[in-house]
Write a protein that binds this ligand. Structure first.
Ligand code: MN
Ligand code: MN
Length: 281
């Protein structure tokens, strides 16, 4: 008999031996449109078993790498500040133990907690973001902690020229104007990613994948879908470009399972996560 332990598929290493520590950050209180991303990590664990552990793209198997699944953080709904503190504490402990935190959101704001932990420990941290949205607002309806402001808050930590965004196709005029010279924003897709990756060789990089970078035609399970997105293959190829980078932490976020009753978006998110784990594990 075995105890019922539900991890993401193939992620059954012990903490001490693991290189990657997977955890869920189920928080969606600042979602500006459809909430529900706090159910993403639990949904992904259940659905993940529909996929193979093996990636033909990388000729690697999850059984080849050491991943500890730490389950879900307990985050207080409605308090972005307390949720971010809890995420920062957890990610900080993982980093102090010389492991790589891999966080499943939640909405995109959760990234700020993990980046706070990484920025304290790695000078010259760069942030690579795949997202349909610029997320560079100073505030959203007066609220400074929001998934619509997360990259602006990250900029306050890492400074000019340290944020590299790809796939962006939505934002207000002020975000793009403000971002000029401060944030490297690549519109619509991944052109320029190879060059950016070459410049980031050896630099500590935090990678954040807001899954709404995918086209809502293939990924409707997200709170603020934005037409004109990339295909799964384009995202996969972009992730493969990050191989060899010094990724010190990464996350994927903004899957909102109930927005896609077919379940396909959840499975797509699982596949994205499998590839990320195999790349950086
Ligand atoms: Mn975002
Ligand atoms: Mn987004």
């Amino acid at each position: 008999m075995n105890k019922n332990v539900s991890t993401f598929m193939g992620c059954d290493s012990e903490y001490g031996e693991a290189r990657i520590v997977l955890f869920g950050a189920p928080f969606d209180s600042t979602s500006s449109y459809r909430a529900g991303s706090r159910f993403a990590s639990a949904a992904m664990r259940g659905e993940s078993y529909a996929l193979e552990d093996y990636s033909p793209y990388q000729d690697r198997d999850l059984s080849d790498i050491m991943v500890f699944d730490g389950g879900e953080l307990e985050l207080p709904p409605g308090s972005a500040q307390m949720a971010l503190e809890a995420i920062e504490r957890f990610a900080g402990k993982v980093l102090d133990d010389k492991k790589v935190p891999c966080m499943i959101g939640g909405e995109h704001l959760v990234t700020l907690g993990a980046v706070r932990a990484a920025a304290q420990r790695f000078r010259d941290l760069a942030v690579l973001a795949f997202d349909a949205h610029a997320d560079l607002r100073g505030d959203y309806l007066g609220e400074t902690l929001s998934h619509a402001t997360v990259m602006r808050r990250v900029w306050e930590l890492v400074g000019d020229g340290r944020i590299h965004q790809f796939g962006v196709r939505s934002g207000c005029r002020e975000e793009f104007t403000w971002g000029k010279g401060r944030v490297e924003t690549h519109m619509y897709g991944f052109s320029g990613l190879q060059e950016t990756a070459e410049r980031l060789r050896g630099v500590p990089v935090y990678l954040t994948v807001d899954l709404d970078v995918l086209d809502p035609g293939i990924f409707p399970g997200t709170g603020t879908p934005e037409a004109g997105g990339v295909s799964f293959t384009e995202l996969l190829n972009a992730m493969l470009v990050t191989a060899g980078l010094n990724i010190v932490g990464f996350d994927l976020n903004e899957l909102s399972p109930a927005c896609d009753p077919s379940g396909n978006s959840t499975l797509t998110a699982c596949k994205v996560l499998r590839e990320l784990l195999l790349l950086h594990g």
